[in-house]
Design a protein around this ligand. Sequence first.
Ligand SMILES: CC(C)(COP(=O)(O)OP(=O)(O)OC[C@H]1O[C@@H](n2cnc3c(N)ncnc32)[C@H](O)[C@@H]1OP(=O)(O)O)[C@@H](O)C(=O)NCCC(=O)NCCS
Length: 267
Amino acid sequence: MPTTGLRFVAPRSSWRVSSTQSAPEGRIDVWLSKTDSGRRPDVRGRCRGILLEEELEVCSSFHQEADRNLALVARAHLRQSLSRHAPVDPRAWRFSKGLEGKPEIAGAEAAHGLEFNLSHTRALVACAVARGFPIGVDVEDTARELDPLELATRVFTPAESQALRALPPGPRKRRFFELWTLKEAWLKACGAGFSIDPRSLEFDLSQAGRVHARLPGEDSSQWWFAVRPIGVGHVLALAARCGPKVPRVRIRHSVPGDIDCYSQDRA
Ligand SMILES: CC(C)(COP(=O)(O)OP(=O)(O)OC[C@H]1O[C@@H](n2cnc3c(N)ncnc32)[C@H](O)[C@@H]1OP(=O)(O)O)[C@@H](O)C(=O)NCCC(=O)NCCS
């Protein structure tokens, strides 16, 4: 894995997006780290060097080694991702939590105006960073065994469930994860957690390459959405309340704990 962080810029064609807006672009950077790098003692050592004592205590409180490594990698990845966008030492970021637990930047460093959101699977950590508008990110492992139709009755609207039922099994599972991650990304952008019923918002993906949203109590024209596969085993969705801006999205890989590259990419 290169330490420069740059692996690929997502071709626009691989995204399914929502916007027809034409105002100047904002930007969203999505930083990805593979959690298996946390098995390497050198990576773990560098991650520990970035974290605060209380974060290290949380990481070491997990019973399973894989969970300890994931917690370590995720927290280091977040600090490192933010420091790529502002001249702040990764150790210096402080965080507070919103009503439903959404982490936000606290203290003096909040003045940099960065917004972020984090999502992880057992294999991948994704951190989305933007400036000046709230964002949410969700990444899911699409190899997971599940019954899309059964889950749909609990979290999807009748129209979404109907759209799923109309698809053959392979595309149905793919569509399930697209809808699921879009919902999670919006709920996470709002910081809503479990306080909003996921059946109160609806996505229509019937038009190729397009995302249409109906949102509870929100003007959906103020929101931008995108969803795309990441490699063969994951899908990632973004939600941003960026008004008329059409965000330009960059997706890049990094190794957690590599702080030598954090000065190169400040937005
Ligand atoms: C935490 C929550 C927001 C997401 O959980 P998840 O999908 O299991 O986990 P993800 O890996 O995507 O995100 C976890 C990260 O989100 C962040 N987070 C925590 N609470 C959050 C909130 N209220 N809003 C936004 N982000 C939050 C944290 O950085 C967290 O990382 P940590 O666990 O290392 O502290 C959870 O409350 C949730 O799933 N809410 C939606 C519930 C729902 O109805 N889902 C149905 C499917 S649409």
